[in-house]
Design a protein around this ligand. Structure first.
Ligand code: ME8
Length: 479
């Protein structure tokens, strides 16, 4: 099925100031489903994820537990990596922005391009810095003097910084977004950023901070030519999308995979990705990403689930209780990607029992029990064509819809068994009964195939069961 196409997909690089939670699991599961889908259709696919490490938040968290920042980072990084392994995330690379070999040369090369374009200048600046956002905020962003997202008061900062001339690119960028050259999904987020540009324009951005005396060596990328300054964390972080491909050091992957086909992000970081990042790329004369998939936020008690707010649901608890496939199932199908949604342990259990234990798992057992009893073998289809509406849903990043399409086939097959009663038919018309059962087993095989992007292990077990004509072990025990 190979068609020589490439697909480069990225997740945000996360702040390692605490353990990952369901929100992070959500982004990486959606990204992984997309990556696995593109591998399924034969695209040469690259999935990147990682950590955004040169941050004040992380230093504060490390010190709060009495650890050295770099040591603290290694601990959190291994927790993230374990989560990815458990969730079966097929990332090709895990980039860390403290990585001086993989990340720093590219970030500095990109900075130099911005300098060469005349887009970096020095100015003294005073403003309010929200450590939670790792960004300057203004009075009008605050409620009762506090950042409403982080429930903390910003710090007043007065310093001399390098600035990036983002304002220069506002109009050009507006056109690229309006024309979908940079395609923002969903439409509502595209409108949001367009109206932001129209109302407020794009201000130049503070792009460096004075090096903090209490930061350890090895944290913070020095500004080329000025060691007293480190790159602003968002400038450093956004560049990961190209440094990971070897930009500025060994271009091979970069040439193959850039521009990104999609950056998957949460709506909280839309402006950084829809304004600052494309601005940097334009300044450097590099192609823009083709699209942004901007998903909603997972809420807990009606508020954004966040480490800073302390209302997280630990993905580990659900993983231990239900397993990775169930967590992937819930996140990919039952959280609507483009809206916010509350996740509760109760709803998790309900859909698990209804759709996995009693639904898919039970169906596979029923069909394969019939096949094993009445057939010698099943001729599995050699080439399984993907339903066009499933392909279309993936192309629009409507991952839950693609998943629903497969589950409607699960239901249809279930109904077919109930209506046609093949276990009775084999008694009255053996050949017709066997033909019916073989058709059902083939449909089960196709369902297995279509499930590959979402539930890779279950998909393989189902296909294997049909291939070997054997009822599989219980796929999803009732809880
Ligand atoms: O913003 N629901 O890192 P971060 C859904 N380092 N997704 C959520 C979520 C929630 N409640 N909470 C977090 C940063 N996420 C920067 C990014 S990229 C160059 C730098 C997911 O650790 C979602 O993808 O705060 C969100 O955009 C991202 O984590 C923010 O992660």
């Amino acid at each position: 099925m190979s068609n020589e196409k490439k697909f480069y997909i990225t997740t945000p690089i996360f702040y390692p100031n605490a353990k990952p939670h369901m929100g992070h699991a959500y982004t990486v599961v959606l990204s992984d489903c997309l990556a696995r889908y593109h591998r399924l259709v034969g695209d040469s696919t690259y999935l990147l994820s990682g950590l955004d490490e040169n941050t004040q938040k992380m230093v504060n968290s490390a010190r709060a537990v009495g650890k050295e920042p770099l040591e603290f980072l290694d601990g959190i990084a291994s927790i993230f990596k374990n989560l990815y392994t458990e969730l079966d995330i097929s990332n090709d690379q895990f980039i860390r922005t403290t990585d001086r070999k993989a990340h720093w040369p590219g970030a500095q090369a990109l900075w130099q391009k911005l300098v060469d374009s005349g887009d970096i200048y020095k100015k003294s600046y005073e403003g309010l810095y929200c450590v939670g956002h790792e960004a300057f905020v203004t009075e009008k962003d605050l409620v009762d003097g506090k950042c409403p997202d982080h429930a903390t008061a910003p710090e007043f900062v007065k310093e001399e910084n390098y600035f990036f001339r983002l304002s220069r690119y506002a109009q050009q960028l507006r056109e690229k977004i309006a024309s979908d050259e940079l395609h923002i999904f969903p439409q509502s987020r595209k409108n949001e950023i367009l109206s932001f540009i129209d109302k407020e324009g794009l201000d130049d951005v503070s792009f460096s901070r004075p090096r903090k005396a209490d930061w350890p060596k090895g944290l913070g990328i020095p500004v080329p030519g000025d060691d007293s300054q480190v790159m602003y964390v968002w400038c450093d972080a956004l560049s990961n999308y190209i440094t990971a491909l070897g930009y500025g050091r060994n271009d091979e992957l970069f040439k193959t995979f850039w521009p990104a086909d999609v950056h998957v992000i949460g709506k909280d970081i839309l402006r950084f990705h829809a304004a600052i990042w494309p601005g940097m790329l334009m300044s450097a004369g590099l192609p823009l990403p083709k699209s942004l998939m901007v998903h909603g936020l997972i809420l807990s008690g009606g508020k954004k689930m966040s480490k800073t707010l302390g209302n997280v649901i630990d993905s580990q608890d659900l993983l231990t209780e239900y397993g990775a496939e169930a967590v992937r199932y819930y996140l990919a199908r039952h959280v609507t990607p483009f809206e916010d949604g509350d996740v509760t342990p109760e709803s998790f259990k309900e859909v698990y029992n209804a759709n996995l234990a009693n639904g898919l798992g039970n169906l596979a057992a029923r069909v394969m029990k019939l096949a094993e009893t009445h057939l010698e073998k099943v001729d599995v289809p050699e080439l399984v064509e993907l339903p066009p509406e499933y392909v279309e849903a993936f192309e629009k990043f409507e991952i839950n819809r693609a998943f629903d399409i497969i589950f409607s086939r699960v239901q249809a097959l279930d109904q077919m068994i109930t209506q046609t009663e093949p276990f009775k038919l084999v008694k009255t018309d053996l050949e017709a009964g066997k033909k019916l059962i073989a058709d059902m087993a083939k449909e089960l095989y196709r369902i297995g195939h279509f499930l590959t992007p979402f539930l890779p292990k279950t998909a393989e077990k189902i296909k294997e069961a049909v291939r070997t004509n054997k009822k599989p072990e219980t796929l999803f025990p009732r809880k």
